[in-house]
Design a protein around this ligand. Structure first.
Ligand code: BGC
Length: 712
């Protein structure tokens, strides 16, 4: 390859003619035809094929997938994304998003798999494998500790987090996606981490990702998140997106001046090509087109299945659900969210244009049999009350639209939705609330209603999936992947220093994220992590733990789960581990889960394999994983707060799986003058046109490295 050819591979082509007609991907690295190197089309994202493309399937939001607690479905989800991306001619899927929901206000909380690193890792691995099973390159994002939108891409969005918390909470899902899932690329995030921008951070990129985990693929910036030229290249960044302001002429200059070794450019290009070879891009002709119609009935069926099984039944007094159309003669559907206002996906870069939307009203009408269905949009309270009074069951919808670029300020529903729920609840004793939200909300009206169903953002098949659950064709087997607090006073990030930060964002809650915090502080949330009801009932018993004493850190835990009710249904058996005292761990951590579908009266035996890594905590003094000798307790049940079975085993001596984080490799240091020179090629204070019709405003905070200032 010539130098120019190499350079053309390490940045996006926003400022070059792309040769593509019609809609375009979020990012593009043009082909090098002389060498038969195909183009790289980078297409969003985590909820289906995005970037404004049409003819695609709008899958449920990833949080709905997470609520399934089902790695196999995550594989199917990834395969649908892969098939549609491939049909569109793209070869990098900007998915999965593996950030942890540190706070339920996080705008992008719907785009990820919840608050637990283990659940996120298992689903991330499966989705990655699903994406890559059809020759796509998965891009795991956003690396790392990207947990809020407020202050995004600015210097005060500097996450101050200790090494142990980073390694135990925010990094494991990326590690798993890379080492087990084989993700071919990783996207670095907008935030700073301990004073250095994530895309310019040698600890994250060189030491952890490429050193500790042995990652051989490439690191891409989030869009316009490049915060350094020579410094970023030396820190381990491989591909700038979507433009070339740092890794175009500026990088050429830096290599010419020996500020970046030529070998680093070769490594950058080699990494990109390697992932392209692994994905088979050199083994088949380029195919697909942005204009192709790629959605299929099979993909829609996957969307419906995931949406239905991911709905979480939070309350079901007097078995108000499922609705039996032979006994229920009239149903009221109340609230705009029941029809035109139904939210099927979150906002921002993950948005997918649905080919159609099945509204709740349409889905309910189609399934209601002889029952009459009356709709009131709720804007007129008198009509809403009349509709509720005239029906056997009243289903009232409340929605919160959340998305990228903006965190929520509150966990409360809109006052109009709260009022509507209260009015309907007073007008009909059989009121069911359907929550169409991307994350937790408060429920001051909970005691006044009989049923609550958390539907998330269910994608284009919303109405069908909802009817499947409301009428009992599908057992609601979803479990919460996030804690629902009673109100904001309960959340771990309780001070402005922690959220949204003042000059920096202090992760001073440390390991106590999500249920770990509620357990540690002995706070009873509204609904705990892992919780979800079913239309049938289950018992979990016969716990076995063995061997009782282990030398090598391998332990098998078994239990039996029985469907003790009268309907077919699914249960998620969950295993939480308690470390020996004195390790500094929160009380319990999820270390296993199994989703089991059972007919009434049948039972299944589930097993969980624990290994040395599952027992380990991060030893910050030695920068490695370590499992201490001592007694470990396992607790098994069906939510983080319902763990009736317990057993114990002893690890006879300490183990240290994996390798330590290697020290920082020697890299050329970039002087302040050179940094400023690079930055001048890449002005930050512009408003970039954004592919999804919005604007991405970059507010002009120069990188800390350029300012040469201490971290606040
Ligand atoms: C988002 C990424 C996305 C990229 C490209 C950014 O705003 O943070 O998740 O992949 O845009 O659209």
């Amino acid at each position: 390859m010539t130098f120019a050819e190499k350079l053309s591979m390490v940045h996006g082509a926003l400022h070059e003619p792309t040769g593509i007609t019609g809609p375009i991907y979020a990012g593009l690295v043009p082909a090098i035809t002389r060498l038969c190197i195909p183009q790289l089309g980078l297409l969003d994202g985590p909820a289906g094929s995005g970037d404004g493309l049409t003819g695609v399937t709008q899958l449920p939001a990833p949080v709905a997938l997470a609520a399934n607690w089902d790695p196999e479905l995550a594989h199917d989800f990834g395969s649908v994304i892969a098939a549609e991306h491939a049909g569109k001619g793209a070869n990098v899927a900007l998915a999965p998003a593996l950030d942890i929901v540190r706070d339920p206000r996080a705008g992008r909380g719907f785009e990820v798999f919840g608050e637990d690193p283990y659940l996120t890792a298992r689903l991330g691995v499966s989705e990655t494998q699903g994406v890559q099973s059809l020759g796509l390159i998965a891009q795991a994002k956003h690396f790392a500790a990207y947990n809020q939108e407020t202050l995004r891409d600015t210097q005060p969005d500097n996450v101050v987090v200790d090494e142990r918390t980073l390694q135990e909470i925010y990094l494991p899902a990326f590690e798993a996606a890379v080492t087990e899932g084989g993700a071919g690329s990783v996207m670095c995030s907008y935030n700073y981490l301990n004073g250095t921008h994530a895309c310019n951070n040698p600890y994250l990129l060189n030491q952890v990702l490429k050193g500790q985990w042995g990652f051989k693929g490439f690191v891409t910036t989030d869009w316009y998140a490049a915060f350094g030229g020579a410094g970023a290249a030396n820190a381990g960044l491989d591909l700038q997106m979507p433009d070339d302001c740092y890794f175009g002429p500026a990088l050429e200059k830096a290599i010419g001046a020996n500020r970046v070794p030529q070998a680093r450019l070769d490594d950058m290009v080699g990494r990109i090509l390697r992932s392209m070879f692994v994905a088979g891009l050199f083994d088949r002709p380029a195919s697909g087109s942005p204009d192709a119609v790629v959605t299929t009935p099979q993909h829609a069926a996957v969307a419906r299945d995931i949406a239905a099984r991911g709905m979480v039944l939070l309350k079901n007094s007097d078995n108000v659900l499922p609705i039996d159309p032979s006994r229920t003669h009239s149903i009221a559907v109340i609230g705009t969210g029941g029809d035109a206002g139904a939210i099927t996906g979150g906002g921002g870069s993950s948005h997918v244009v649905p080919p159609y939307v099945v509204s709740p009203l349409t889905g309910i009408k189609a399934r209601a049999g002889g029952a009459t269905v009356r709709y009131a949009d709720g804007t007129n309270p008198v009509q809403a009350i009349q509709a509720a009074r005239s029906a056997d069951v009243a289903i009232v919808f409340a929605s919160v639209m959340q998305g990228e670029f903006k965190d929520r300020l509150t966990l409360e529903l809109f006052p109009t939705d709260t009022l509507l729920i209260e009015l309907v609840a007073r007008s009909n004793p059989n009121t069911v609330v359907v929550l169409n939200t991307g994350s937790a909300v408060t429920m001051p009206w909970l005691d006044d209603v009989k049923g609550v169903l958390q539907a998330w953002y269910p994608g284009q098949e919303y109405g069908h999936a909802l009817a499947d659950v409301l009428f009992g064709d599908v057992d609601p087997s979803g479990k919460l992947p996030i804690t629902f607090p009673k109100d904001l006073t309960q959340v771990p990030a309780r001070s402005p220093l922690q959220w949204p930060g003042v000059g920096s964002v202090q992760y001073s809650e440390g390991l106590a994220v999500g249920y770990r915090w509620y357990d540690q502080q002995d706070i009873t949330p509204l609904f705990p992590f892992g919780f979800g009801l079913s239309y049938t009932s289950f018992s979990i018993d016969h716990l076995s733990v063995g061997p009782a004493v282990t030398d090598d850190g391998h332990v098998t835990v078994g239990a039996d789960v029985t469907n003790t009710g009268h309907r077919a249904g699914a249960e998620v058996v969950q295993l939480y581990l308690e470390h020996p005292s004195g390790t500094g761990e929160p009380p319990r951590v999820l270390r296993g889960f199994k989703r089991v579908s059972l007919d009434p009266g049948t039972a299944a035996h589930v097993t969980f394999e624990l290994d040395p890594r599952a027992l380990s905590v991060w030893d910050a003094a030695n920068h490695r994983w370590s499992a201490g000798a001592g007694t470990y307790t396992v607790r098994v049940g069906n939510s983080s707060r319902n763990l009736p079975l317990s057993g114990a085993f002893t690890l006879s001596h300490a183990l240290s799986p994996g390798i330590p984080t290697p020290p920082a490799p020697a890299i050329p240091q970039t002087s302040l003058a050179d940094s400023l020179g690079d930055a001048a090629m890449c002005p930050k204070d512009f408003i970039a046109p954004y592919v999804n019709g919005g604007v991405l405003s970059i507010t002009g905070f120069p990188p800390l490295e350029v300012l040469g200032k201490p971290v606040p």
